[in-house]
Design a protein around this ligand. Structure first.
Ligand SMILES: N[C@@H](CCC(=O)N[C@@H](CS)C(=O)NCC(=O)O)C(=O)O
Ligand code: FES
Length: 84
């Protein structure tokens, strides 16, 4: 991501971190702004041109738009169900 989980340096990276924090899952982050080789290498590795990039159990999951689409709907459902 751009920045770290404690200091995101881009709104998209921040969005993904906040969603993961709300899920209470363990999160580790790599700051691609500090490592140009990592920045280019990850794009090739995942065949994905942008950051943030979320990996779950080592597998590429998607960028911010995908995380918002795939994870926020289940979170909202969870909250609405648990409020009954
Ligand atoms: N729509 C993207 C938003 C993030 C994005 O577009 N990032 C771009 C612009 S900052 C990016 O990472 N470009 C490549 C780079 O900075 O190396 C997503 O879903 O993650
Ligand atoms: S660094 Fe956030 S949109 Fe480009």
């Amino acid at each position: 991501m751009k920045g770290t989980k404690d200091f995101p340096q881009c709104g998209f990276s921040n969005t993904v971190v906040q969603i993961l924090k709300s899920l209470n899952v363990p999160v580790e982050t790599l700051n691609i702004l500090e490592n140009e080789m990592l920045r280019q290498g990850l794009k090739e590795y995942s065949s994905w041109p942008t950051f943030p990039q979320l990996y779950i159990d080592g597998e590429f999951f998607g960028g911010c738009d995908i995380v918002v689409g795939e994870l926020t709907v289940p979170i909202l459902l969870l909250f609405s169900c648990s409020s009954f």
